[in-house]
Design a protein around this ligand. Structure first.
Ligand code: GRG
Length: 306
């Protein structure tokens, strides 16, 4: 199957399922609208697709784990809503529409994010799964999602990202090594943690052997770093219409590959990270076709225009 067709099928499944899951949560109507507004705004659904392809690599059928795939998209969407708030990146546009707080106000946007994060676990843990998804596998997947999204992962990445604003104005060029280490810390957590979680969760739900789990985890980490390097480049040179958001890194004095190393070196690093991810993927045993889909998905991450 071509990767575009695979992605389109996953997008369709997730787009249909998310409003059903939100509808089942008994949220107050305005809160449910605010949650749906950002969830159903046309995200690429990269993380659910990665989880599905990882699950299929170890023999599963991706339809079986739709609640878990939707759960990671809920966590991702919460992070985008909170990231856009004035106290964080202060962005007016997201996914081609006004940011959540521009429509519903800051308090409602905060609460929509809170509910999406918390109820990701409701959706994931209260669903019915086939016998292959044994309870310990489901619990491990939930622990991965919590751990990678939480204080040890994405939240600390976001905290460090905010602390690093203006770093390049304050630090002399001689401290480039320190800046690179800080940047790597930020990227690993802010972006790569959730992308790593996607493939780890797919592997955990399918009961992948530990060796393959670790190789897939390394694939996810480098793919996540490649994703962020590409994001930094797109923020400088991408087509705003296709991106569906305004450039914000320079305005926020962000520490990025593009700002620290220049565009050419940022592109070179993104390519090197993709190759490193593919080397880890080559060590993963499992079904050939979904593993090839994972490789194609990785290629899309580097070539993407939004
Ligand atoms: C608020 C705890 C907290 C974390 C926020 C997501 C994030 C951390 C910051 C967003 C800043 C940013 C643009 C990071 C780059 C990586 C990223 C998550 C990009 C958006 O993901 P896509 O391109 O978005 O997969 P879509 O809209 O396609 O789902």
């Amino acid at each position: 199957m071509r990767i575009e067709a695979y992605m389109a099928a996953r997008v369709l499944a997730v787009d249909r399922a998310l409003p059903r899951f939100i509808g089942g949560l008994r949220a107050r109507p305005r809160l449910a609208r605010a949650m749906n507004y950002s969830l159903c705004a046309g995200g690429k659904r990269l993380r659910p697709a990665l989880m599905c392809a990882a699950y299929e690599t170890f023999g599963g059928d991706s339809g079986e784990i739709l609640p878990a795939a939707c759960a990671i998209e809920m966590v991702h969407t919460y992070s985008l809503i909170h990231d856009d708030l004035p106290a964080m990146d202060d962005a007016a546009l997201r996914r081609g529409r006004p940011a959540n707080h521009k429509v519903y106000g800051e308090a409602a946007a905060l609460l929509a994010g809170d509910a999406l994060l918390t109820d990701a676990f409701t959706v994931m843990l209260s669903a019915k799964y086939p016998p292959r998804v044994k309870a310990p596998r489901l619990l491990r997947a939930a622990a991965i999602l919590a751990g990678r999204a939480g204080a040890a992962g994405m939240v600390s990445g976001q905290a460090a990202d905010l602390e690093a604003e203006g770093f390049l104005d304050r630090a002399p060029a001689a401290r480039r090594g320190r800046a690179l280490r800080l940047l790597s810390y930020i990227h690993r957590r802010k972006t790569a943690c959730l992308i790593t979680a996607a493939v780890e969760m797919g592997a955990a739900l399918a009961g992948a052997p530990e060796k393959d789990f670790r190789a897939l985890s390394a694939f996810g980490r480098d793919l996540g770093l490649c994703f962020q390097a590409a994001d930094d480049i797109l923020d400088v040179s991408g087509d705003r219409k296709k991106l569906g958001k305004n450039a914000s890194d320079a305005r926020n004095r962000k520490l990025t590959y593009a700002a620290l190393l220049g565009m050419e070196e940022a592109r070179r690093r993104a390519g090197a990270l993709l190759r490193s991810a593919l080397r880890s993927l080559a060590r993963v045993k499992g079904r050939d076709k979904p593993r090839a889909l994972l490789a194609d998905l990785a290629g899309l991450v580097l070539r993407r225009e939004n």
